[in-house]
Design a protein around this ligand. Sequence first.
Ligand SMILES: CC(C)(COP(=O)(O)OP(=O)(O)OC[C@H]1O[C@@H](n2cnc3c(N)ncnc32)[C@H](O)[C@@H]1OP(=O)(O)O)[C@@H](O)C(=O)NCCC(=O)NCCS
Length: 177
Amino acid sequence: MIDIRTAHTADLDAATLTAARALLDVVFAGDMSDHDWEHSLGGVHALVWDGHELVGHASVVQRRLLHGGRALRAGYVEGVGVRADRRRRGHGAAMMEALERVVRGAYELGALGATDEAAEFYEGRGWKSWKGPTSALTPTGMMRTEDEDGSVYVLPVALSLDVSGELTCDWRDGDLW
Ligand SMILES: CC(C)(COP(=O)(O)OP(=O)(O)OC[C@H]1O[C@@H](n2cnc3c(N)ncnc32)[C@H](O)[C@@H]1OP(=O)(O)O)[C@@H](O)C(=O)NCCC(=O)NCCS
């Protein structure tokens, strides 16, 4: 039986967090670093359970994104993955629906860095590809993140966003977007 649950990191036990990390390690074929996992923590997780097996994970955490002279409160989606043998059954959509509710209720916009494979998935849900230049605030100042241009997606909530403008993320270890 499929069960979708949402919970804050603080309310997940160690076994569930270990299962989520293990799932993402498999989904991203060893390309999931400790930093990537750490980026998924500290917010709300959406988990898809098939009985006792975890088959899907995604989470949303708070970040600040600079745009149009403001530091916007963003719900940043991380660690989105469905086990390969369970894809195209609506689990990804169900997780995103749960997290988009959090984004709409608690943040000024949603944002995420998409894999090429998932671009259509997000576009189909109304996420917009950021067309303008991306950058990051680093300890030594602003840095362009041109390699990420085109892979950042946003979900506008109450704000009108100029997706051809500049978008700058806050600093963190590991991948910046
Ligand atoms: C992206 C991912 C989470 C989607 O999960 P999923 O459970 O298969 O998604 P859903 O079944 O809810 O798909 C909903 C809709 O999104 C679209 N979609 C999903 N996967 C797609 C794909 N690979 N290519 C094109 N469209 C896709 C389709 O419109 C689909 O509806 P349909 O099946 O009726 O055509 C899953 O493919 C995955 O884990 N990929 C590997 C990890 C990854 O890239 N994660 C994203 C990180 S940003």
